[in-house]
Design a binder for this molecule. Structure first.
Ligand SMILES: O=C(O)CCC(=O)C(=O)O
Length: 407
């Protein structure tokens, strides 16, 4: 056999293998003798690859064993997806047989089981309902195209803030909201090292090698002296490897309460008694990245030192919603989130159509990020940020997690 022919054959064999999985078909299982089951379980420790090889052989060899072979999960997904799209069952059998080389008998049995499942009508109803919601969102998205631009004001009074932005879920950029804060003058890495150097803090370290460091922040948490942390930040150059993040709860440490002397709380907007429990400190080198996610609370994000680039998108953007896993928007491996976000408004790339707006925050700038808005943050310099969550109006939307696994 020529090399090319043999390669083609093995490619076909592999495709067939991935379409099929060894499923313990309940009927077949009950019919299996005890000894046979024992034999099977003693050999089940071998690799799944050889398991598939055996099942594919069995599919050809014995009609009895063939009853134990079914479609693999991705192919069952494909089947349900196409049935919901209205593709005729005979066509699906045909495609499985011809394109995935699934034995016709197995393809017909699988399609038949799916079509006659009592769950199918319910799943169909849900699928139609979610499709209608998507279409409504899509219309809304078109209607508001270009409207994702962010208002920019010098400062804002409580009445305007709560009616036009907070309750309406609209972001807002403020140029001067923190201009009177001593923090703007005082907070530098050197100030932290000098005035709080011996205080021990939890910080995240070893983030760069982890594709989801924020999800796994607990594994990256290390306690170290502020002076040592600052020294590492300053030596790091451009790096996403170490970062003091909100989940490190720095402001809850008694030794850092002194930092609150450097901020001025607008008590018409914030509840001053709750600041320590509802504020966060961020400190890290240029190059720290907080991946694209949404939160379940509103955030008053104040940039104190250095600059940050924030890319924001509204909660109802389907290209982002579709990729949600919990709070985070997942991209495929190797896809660059920033490039995808920047290309999205031009209908390009994996997030095509998302209404992404990019803003650069300099020291003294404040960004109000409403709950549910997607945001991706990159530090352009060594950076210190401080955020407040203790608004005078309710600020918990725990129910809002559209990417959570269903039920
Ligand atoms: O500054 C950052 O890196 C992330 C800020 C953020 O995502 C937040 O406050 O929710």
């Amino acid at each position: 056999m020529s090399r090319r022919r043999s390669r083609r054959r093995s490619h076909r064999r592999n495709r067939r293998r991935s379409a099929l999985a060894h499923v313990a078909h309940p009927r077949a299982r009950t019919r299996m003798s005890r000894t046979k089951r024992k034999k099977r379980s003693s050999s089940s420790s071998s690799s799944s690859g050889s398991k598939k090889r055996r099942s594919s052989k069995a599919a050809r060899a014995s009609p009895r064993l063939r009853e134990e072979i079914g479609l693999s999960d991705p192919f069952r997904d494909w089947l349900v997806h196409n049935l919901l799209r209205g593709v005729r069952p005979e066509r699906l059998v045909e495609q499985l047989a011809q394109q995935a080389e699934v034995p016709r008998e197995i393809a017909a049995r699988e399609v038949d089981a799916m079509v006659s499942s009592p769950l199918l009508p319910m799943v169909t109803r849900y699928a139609r309902w979610s499709r209608s919601l998507e279409l409504v969102l899509e219309l809304e998205r078109k209607r508001q195209r270009g409207a994702a631009a962010i208002d920019r004001l010098a400062t804002v009074d409580a009445e305007t803030f709560y009616t036009r932005y907070y309750r309406a879920g609209r972001p807002l950029l403020l140029d001067d909201a923190t201009r009177s804060w001593p923090a703007l003058e005082r907070w530098t890495p050197a100030y932290f090292a000098e005035s709080l150097g011996d205080v021990e803090l939890d910080v995240c370290v070893g983030r760069a090698a982890d594709p989801t460091p924020d999800l796994n922040f607990a594994q990256h948490t290390q306690r170290m002296r502020v002076a040592d942390f600052v020294a590492r930040v300053l030596e790091a150059g451009e790096s996403n490897d170490l970062y003091l993040i909100a989940n490190n709860h720095a402001m809850k440490r008694d030794e850092l309460a002194v930092l609150l002397d450097d901020i001025v709380i607008d008590t018409s907007i914030f509840d001053a008694s709750k600041v320590r429990g509802a504020s966060s400190l961020w400190l890290g080198p240029a190059g720290t990245i907080t991946p694209l996610h949404h939160d379940t609370s509103n955030i008053f994000f104040c940039q104190i030192y250095g600059r940050k680039r924030v890319r924001l998108a509204p909660p109802g953007d389907i290209p982002l919603l579709r990729r949600l896993r919990g709070f985070y928007v997942g991209l495929d491996e190797g896809q660059d989130a920033e490039r995808a976000l920047d290309a999205a408004p031009d209908d390009q790339g994996p997030l095509a159509g998302a209404r992404v707006v990019s803003v650069d925050l300099a020291p003294g700038d404040t960004l109000f990020i409403p709950a549910g808005w997607f945001h991706h943050v990159r530090a352009l310099d060594v950076s210190i940020s401080f955020s407040l969550l203790c608004f005078r109006q309710p600020n918990r939307f725990d129910w809002y997690t559209p990417g959570a696994p269903a039920l």
